[in-house]
Ligand binder design. Structure first.
Ligand code: C2E
Ligand code: MG
Ligand code: MG
Length: 524
């Protein structure tokens, strides 16, 4: 053990006094000298003790300070721990519980349902089209939007319910002790209505909607199963048209498994040669003259067989797989188009569908140039088809991309016209050449008595005023064809005229038509 510091102090003082006294004794000699010496020795010792006490006091104060600082540090650590625990269980953007905490709450609520007669309801909520808002307006606006959506959801639930953000544009609500399922249905409907109101972000009104899936459970069900059922119901709400709430039903379970399987097999599928294109002709309605082909992608999955584009294109958009897939479609279609050009100069046009994510990809115009130069297809033969809703995701940037495509000599068509914004005035900002009228407008024309053609007539009139050419889609019957001709439509596409053809059959048709035949293609 170390000796206390004051012992050194006293020893030094004593040595000094002893040497001083030794000198003094020699000078004075005898008793008086001893008295003086003792007094001096006492004074020095006293001084040392006083200094020592001073130091002890200072040290004690330091120790006190240090222990106070230590207490403060402990408090800070505790706060930090709480904060970290909170952060670990909450979402930073919205402050709402996160996935981990939600899982806990669901489990807790399910266990608790053993004691009460009420069920647990989980509502899975996913914003519609958020990815495109985020991609086009930027993540800062996207974050603000999510924060507002979180608040709106919280404002319509019961105080005892938990609202969580699962990440991205997904939210969930847990309701325990639900005695009447209608109560949960009502909350789901209120969430849908609350999000439907436009959201003002930096003076920009952003219109979004939300799809909600609802599932119920009790102590006999695991949290994992309950959450996956709510997720499956949410997906059903999406495929059912979005902006709605749907409750879980048993057949939805297989749909979720299939979707996962399809997503997981994208990576292999393109290299594995599982995709192929078909080409559906569009023709002059009066004389069946071949005008062009629309390339339509198909997926022949090794396990699931033929899969419709209506099923896998939305998944490809969600996952971003549409970018490499779209590039492959463009190249493959352009090669086919170029080969028909060689077969029959002055030949049919080639239409290729593009999705919103492709149009927002900065490499799109480069991909387009590359496909044209690699295939040798004349740009004037190529038509890009985009739907109205795709253009409206980010109108300014999309207009720029389309203008650059147009500068290359490529034409632009609005697909499924009438199902999106239907504002021809708005469409002026895009360099559009043609509109394809959606088959939902053509369908009623099949009824010879009540066939609704006022809308179809009005669309033609508007298109003519804007100098846009028109193609009527989905013509299936002779009655529809006759109505369209009577109204004044000149071009059309549909199974009555020809179903989609594979590349060789399309090439045969091109050759046959260039040899002078104008009959309807028969691919049945
Ligand atoms: P779309 O571009 O409007 O394509 C026309 C759809 O109508 C095609 O469906 C076609 O087979 C179908 N159709 C043609 N005639 C008739 C008819 O008389 N009656 C009925 N009921 N349907 C008819 P498909 O091939 O299933 O494609 C569906 C949608 O998937 C397309 O609609 C398009 O939006 C998308 N799609 C297809 N191929 C591609 C592609 O290569 N890229 C992208 N991004 N989307 C694609
Ligand atoms: Mg199309
Ligand atoms: Mg269409």
């Amino acid at each position: 053990m170390r000796s206390p510091f004051w012992r050194d102090e006293v020893a030094t003082g004593a040595v000094l006094v002893a040497s001083y006294l030794g000198g003094l004794a020699g000078y004075l000699g005898g008793l008086p000298m001893l008295v003086v010496g003792s007094a001096v020795l006492f004074a020095v010792a006293l001084l040392s003790v006083v200094r020592m006490l001073d130091r002890v006091r200072v040290q004690a104060r330091t120790v006190e300070d240090q222990s106070q600082r230590l207490d403060e540090a402990v408090d800070v650590v505790r706060l930090l721990e709480n904060e970290l625990r909170h952060q670990g269980l909450h979402d930073r953007l919205t402050g709402l519980p996160n996935r981990g905490l939600l899982d806990d709450r669901v489990e807790h609520a399910l266990r608790g349902s053993a004691r009460s007669s009420g069920a647990v309801a989980v509502l899975f909520c996913d914003l519609d089209g958020f990815k495109t808002v985020n991609d086009s307006l930027g993540p800062r606006i996207g974050d603000k939007l999510l924060a507002v959506v979180g608040k709106r959801i919280c404002s319509v639930v019961r105080t005892e319910d938990t609202v969580a953000r699962l990440g991205g544009d997904e939210f969930a609500i847990v309701m325990s002790d639900v005695h009447d399922p209608q109560v949960a249905h009502n909350v789901a409907e209120r969430v849908v209505s609350a999000v439907r109101r436009p959201i003002d972000i930096s003076d920009h009104p952003i219109a979004v909607s939300i799809s909600v899936g609802l599932a119920f459970g009790d102590v006999g069900k695991s949290a994992e199963v309950l959450l996956s059922e709510a997720d499956a119901a949410m997906y059903a709400a999406k495929t059912g048209g979005k902006d709605r709430a749907v409750a879980f039903a048993e057949p939805m379970r297989t749909a979720i498994v299939r979707r996962m399987a399809l997503r997981n097999s994208f990576a292999e599928s393109l290299h594995g040669g599982e995709f192929y294109l078909q080409y559906q002709p569009h023709m002059s309605l009066r004389d069946s003259r071949l005008e062009g082909f629309e390339a339509l992608v198909r997926w022949r999955h090794p396990e699931h067989g033929e899969i419709e584009p209506g099923e896998f294109i939305p998944l490809a958009e969600e996952t971003g797989f549409i970018i490499p897939l779209g590039r492959w479609i463009l190249e493959t279609a352009c090669l086919a188009g170029a080969s028909w050009q060689q077969d029959a100069p002055g030949s049919p046009t080639l239409s290729v569908n593009v999705s919103a994510r492709q149009l927002q990809n900065s490499h799109f115009v480069d991909d387009l140039k590359a496909a044209l130069s690699y295939s040798g297809l004349a740009p004037s033969q190529l038509i890009l088809e985009a739907t109205e809703s795709m253009l409206m995701v980010d109108p300014d940037d999309t207009a720029k991309v389309l203008h650059r495509a147009k500068d290359l000599g490529v034409r632009i068509a609005i697909d499924d016209f009438g199902t999106g914004y239907s504002s021809l005035g708005y469409l002026r900002q895009f360099p559009v050449d043609a509109i394809k009228i959606d088959k939902s407008f053509i369908e009623p024309l099949a009824d010879p008595v009540n066939g609704e053609d006022a809308l179809v007539s009005a669309i033609l009139l508007l298109a003519q005023q804007l100098h846009l050419s028109t193609i009527a889609e989905g013509i299936e019957t002779e009655t529809q064809l006759r109505s369209l001709i009577r109204i004044g439509y000149t071009s059309g596409q549909g199974d009555l005229l020809s179903r989609p053809l594979d590349r060789d059959a399309a090439a045969d048709l091109v050759r046959a038509r260039s040899a002078g035949g104008h009959r309807r293609a028969d691919a049945h």
